[in-house]
Design a protein around this ligand. Structure first.
Ligand code: ACO
Length: 265
């Protein structure tokens, strides 16, 4: 966790990331990324998503767990709405050039997709509002620890948009198509008790216990053999796509690697 002993983040820790509303620290095997525009409820700009991608690319070797958290009263209020009126939205692709818009969105999605890398486990520490792109950021992480004041909301359809920051797949996988439709097309808010019941949060704790709960989880994650953690994450994420036969083969392949690492000569 980020603390007084935390090492400074490598290269990317400069002013650009701060301007993008991001801060990150590396402390041994743990990187902590903080959405850091509390006065705007950590609303995110294109620069934020590009900054997240840059952090993913800059993670030092040896980092095994990445924690994402929000400064202030909320995890994130989603996209910075001022970008729709032009402010800070330079380079905004308006859809008139389909190929350019596709490339533009793909670049922003890179801020989220690296969170699935098998060499790290990603933990979202979510409190207060997690709206739109903020909800999708939590969904992009492997594990969500939520405070009991959490409010998840997929707001995009209410604004005439679709969720496009990688969130639709994990949402459907977690809650099922019917519930995903209901949540997205009503843009209603999911509170902590329901989030736990739906599986949107693996752990729910009182607001003042969030940091301690995340610390405890991180310690448990780090206690597992690193090679086994990487192989198991890869295996579990493959499971949804594979047939039983393919998954059995994947289990054999991963276990062969583990046995070689543990006992091979
Ligand atoms: N974009 C830009 N500014 C924002 C955003 C946002 N998404 N969310 C909050 N802010 C600003 C507010 O304008 C306000 O600024 P001000 O102090 O200059 O007036 C400040 O942050 C604090 O916000 P409040 O509304 O005063 O805080 P409160 O705690 O009462 O409400 C809430 C928080 C519920 C998040 C509310 O601000 C809100 O509904 N924000 C918009 C959420 C939204 O629609 N996001 C887009 C989702 S779709 C997507 O992400 C693609």
């Amino acid at each position: 966790m980020a603390d007084a002993n935390a090492g400074a983040a490598p290269e990317t820790a400069g002013g650009e990331l701060a301007e993008a509303g991001l801060r990150w620290e590396v402390d041994g095997a743990v990187a902590t990324v903080t959405l850091n525009r509390p006065e705007r409820r950590n609303a995110m700009t294109f620069a934020t998503w590009r900054g997240l991608a840059e952090i993913g690319r800059s993670l030092p070797e040896g980092v095994r767990v990445v924690v994402l958290r929000g400064a202030g009263p909320s995890f994130s209020a989603g996209i910075d709405l001022s970008m729709f009126s032009g402010e800070g939205g330079e380079g905004f692709a308006d859809g008139s050039d389909a190929a350019a818009t596709d490339r533009f969105i793909a670049e922003l999605q890179e801020g989220y997709t690296w969170l699935r890398r098998p060499d790290i486990v990603t933990v979202a520490a979510v409190h207060g509002h997690a709206i739109g792109g903020g909800f999708q950021l939590a969904l992009a992480c492997d594990i969500r620890v939520a405070a009991d004041d959490v409010k998840f909301c997929m707001k995009e359809p209410a604004l005439g948009l679709v969720p496009d920051l990688t969130g639709t797949k994990p949402l459907v996988e977690i809650v099922g198509i019917g519930r995903a439709l209901e949540l997205c097309l009503t843009a209603r808010t999911v509170h902590a008790e329901e989030a736990a019941r739906l599986g949107l949060a693996e752990i729910v704790v009182p607001r003042d216990g969030l940091d301690a709960a995340v610390e405890e989880l991180v310690a448990s994650l780090l206690a597992v053999n690193p090679g086994a953690a990487v192989a198991t994450k890869r295996l579990l994420w493959e499971a949804a796509e594979n047939t039983l036969e393919e998954q059995c083969a994947a289990e054999r392949r991963e276990q062969t690697g583990r046995l070689r690492d543990l006992f091979g000569k």
